[in-house]
Design a protein around this ligand. Structure first.
Ligand SMILES: [Zn+2]
Length: 160
C-alpha cells in the first residue's frame, strides 16, 4: 500500500545550516554534507546494507547504504572483508572465490578516514584529475579531492 513510500533508504545531499553542520558528529563532517537517512525497510531487507539477502550471506559491499551505515559506526569505509566478517568460513571461502572472478581481492580492513582525506587532498594539490585517481578509491577519497577543487574554484571566483 504505502510500500513505495519510505521503503528505500536514501543517501542524499542536503543543505545543512552552519549550526547543524557544526553539531554533526566529527566523522560525519568528513562526508561533505552527505548523511544517511534510514528510511523504512521492506520485509527481508537487511538493516545493514538494505539489500534482501540471507543473514548468513555477506552484505553488499557496493551498496551505498551499507557504506554509509558502516562508516557511521566504524569511522571508515567497509571492505569486502568487513561485508563478510559475520559469515561462516565456508560462506567466506565461497565469496572470496566468487569475487576473485571479478578481479576483486578480499583484503583486510580499509584505510582510516584521515588517510583517505589526506590522499584525496594531496591528489588534487598534485594536479591529478578525478578521472585519473585509482579506481579502488573510496567515495571519501574522491570527496576530499572535490573539496580541494571547490575551494580553489571559490578562491578563483573571489579573485575575479
Ligand atoms: Zn546486508
Amino acid at each position: 500500500m504505502s510500500e513505495a513510500l519510505g521503503a528505500k533508504p536514501l543517501v542524499g545531499k542536503t543543505a545543512f545550516t552552519a549550526e547543524e553542520e557544526a553539531a554533526a558528529p566529527a566523522e560525519a563532517q568528513h562526508l561533505g554534507g552527505f548523511r544517511l537517512f534510514r528510511g523504512r525497510m521492506k520485509e527481508g531487507q537487511c538493516p545493514e546494507c538494505a539489500v534482501v539477502h540471507d543473514a548468513e550471506q555477506p552484505h553488499n559491499q557496493q551498496s551505498l547504504f551499507y557504506q554509509y551505515s558502516f562508516r557511521e559506526k566504524h569511522g571508515r569505509w567497509p571492505t569486502w572483508a568487513d561485508a563478510m566478517a559475520h559469515c561462516s568460513p565456508e560462506v567466506k571461502a565461497f565469496w572470496v572465490k566468487e569475487l576473485a572472478t571479478f578481479g576483486v581481492v578480499v583484503g583486510g580492513p580499509g584505510k582510516p578516514v584521515e588517510e583517505c582525506v589526506e590522499a584525496g587532498a594531496e591528489a588534487f594539490r598534485e594536479g591529478k584529475r578525478l578521472q585519473d585517481v585509482p579506481a579502488e578509491w573510496s567515495e571519501l577519497e574522491r570527496a576530499a579531492w572535490r573539496r580541494g577543487w571547490l575551494q580553489t574554484r571559490r578562491e578563483e571566483q573571489k579573485g575575479e
